[in-house]
Design a protein around this ligand. Structure first.
Ligand code: FAD
Length: 399
């Protein structure tokens, strides 16, 4: 074990996803000299994770999704990158982290620490002999494995024979993959215990529009049921649904949601609930230790996790200012999310789940407004051509 305690303690950032890299980028706009060390279990290459669920139809390979290679990020942002290094433990009182790489460990000291460890796919128990073949896609490496398993080769003269994919979960990510894969020529089944797609996010009528639009493209829905078992059957997979139906497929993709990765933080004694609990300056329960991104549970969002791009951009900006010496409270603006379902484009601005209210159809096709008990508009959903009304509806909505 190497001990680097004699070196000047840097700002240490764990995680090279959007949250980690955007924090470095924003910090460097304000402070060009403080040493920054970024440790990540992956390659450190910068890519836009949302492209994972619309890359297949565009025939983009995993390598083509990298927008800036790690070496370029290091050069531009003047940061020390420890790629393929995993932080194994933290001591927030002693301000040190134990980092493992190729069987060796070293202890890194830090002046301040930022946790940007992301989220992990939720897995539910599934029976059957091939249950371990159920895949999830939350990283570039996951996408690479998926890409290879589906056998897509953009340079091939003949397109590969269409594959059949069963997606578990009709939420945002499940619907995006369903649209992408069906558009690319795959046969797609989606299984969800609810009665329609995006049931937690959209009013019933909007969900039904999406259901019809994807069905028209060939998606086969299985609502009100779950996957009971996945068995191997001579190269293919046989999926047994809880309602008694069986589906023969080439691949099963689980898209039932993500859970904040609090592994390191909880082991270090930091307060964690649905995510790493942070105050409005993004500080965790330990002084000088901060968190943002998919791993964080924000006081500024009424103790919610917000696993989307816009919250990360806002959080990174506020955190960079705090780290550069100007304590800055994070205030989230209204942050509508665009759902990447070209069969029916959707923009949704969700109200806090604790806000009581009702959905009503707006003044036109494809528009719904969520108003609270005092009649104030607190959210909206736009579909199809009405997505062009995003600005107007954002102005009319109170975050
Ligand atoms: P991650 O990108 O998960 O990064 C976590 C980092 O932490 C990784 O580098 C990992 O290696 C590192 N790490 C974790 N533990 C350790 C450890 N112990 N030691 C070292 N390193 C560690 N949002 C939108 O707003 N719009 C969209 O259209 C959209 N589409 C999406 C589509 C898909 C398929 C997915 C999966 C997500 C989508 N999102 C979308 C969500 C958005 O992409 C995420 O909110 C965002 O990318 C999360 O970034 P992050 O940096 O918090 O986490």
């Amino acid at each position: 074990m190497t001990d680097t305690s004699s070196a000047i303690a840097p700002l240490l950032i764990i995680g090279a996803g959007l949250a980690g890299w955007t924090t470095v980028r924003e910090f460097r706009k304000l402070d060009t000299t403080t040493p920054v060390v970024l440790v990540t279990a992956d390659s450190g290459d910068f890519y836009a994770k949302p492209t994972l669920s619309n890359a297949y139809a565009q025939k983009r390979t995993p390598a083509q999704l990298v927008s800036t290679p790690a070496a370029k990020m290091v050069e531009t942002l003047n940061v020390t990158l420890l790629a393929q290094h995993r932080v194994e433990s933290l001591d927030t009182a002693a301000r040190s982290a134990v980092v493992a790489h190729k069987g060796q460990t070293q202890t890194l000291r830090f002046s301040r620490l930022v946790l940007a460890t992301g989220a992990q796919p939720i897995r539910i128990p599934v029976g059957g002999t091939a249950a371990d073949q159920v895949k999830s896609i939350n990283t570039l490496d996951d996408f690479g494995a998926f890409h290879q398993a589906l056998g897509l080769d953009p340079s091939a003269a003949e397109p590969a024979a269409p594959k059949t994919v069963l997606i578990m979960g009709a939420g945002l990510i499940g619907c995006e993959f369903a649209n992408d894969l069906v558009q690319a020529g795959a046969k797609v089944h989606v299984v969800d215990p609810s009665t329609r797609p995006l049931s937690l996010l959209l009013p019933a009528a909007a969900g039904e529009q999406l259901q019809a639009a994807l069905q028209a493209q060939g998606v086969v829905w299985h609502f009100g049921t779950t996957v009971a078992a996945v068995d191997g059957a001579g190269g293919g997979l046989q999926v047994q649904l809880a309602d008694g139906n069986q589906v023969a497929v080439d691949m099963v993709l689980s898209a039932i949601g993500l859970r904040a990765d609090t592994t390191l933080a909880s082991a270090a004694g930091l307060v964690c609930e649905r995510g790493i609990v942070v105050d409005d300056t993004l500080q965790t329960s330990a002084a000088g230790v901060y968190a943002l991104g998919d791993c964080a549970q924000y006081a500024s969002a009424g103790q919610r996790t917000l696993p989307y791009v816009m919250p990360i951009m806002n959080a990174a900006k506020a955190l960079a200012a705090t780290l550069a010496g100007t304590p800055t409270a994070l205030v989230f603006p209204l942050m509508p999310v665009s759902i990447k379902t070209p069969a029916l484009p959707i923009v949704v601005a969700a109200a806090h789940p604790a806000v009581a209210g009702t959905w009503k159809a707006g003044d036109g096709e494809g528009i719904w407004q969520f108003t609270d008990t005092e009649g104030i508009q607190r959210g909206f959903v736009l579909t199809g051509k009405s997505t062009a009304r995003r600005m107007e509806q954002s102005k009319a909505t109170q975050a």
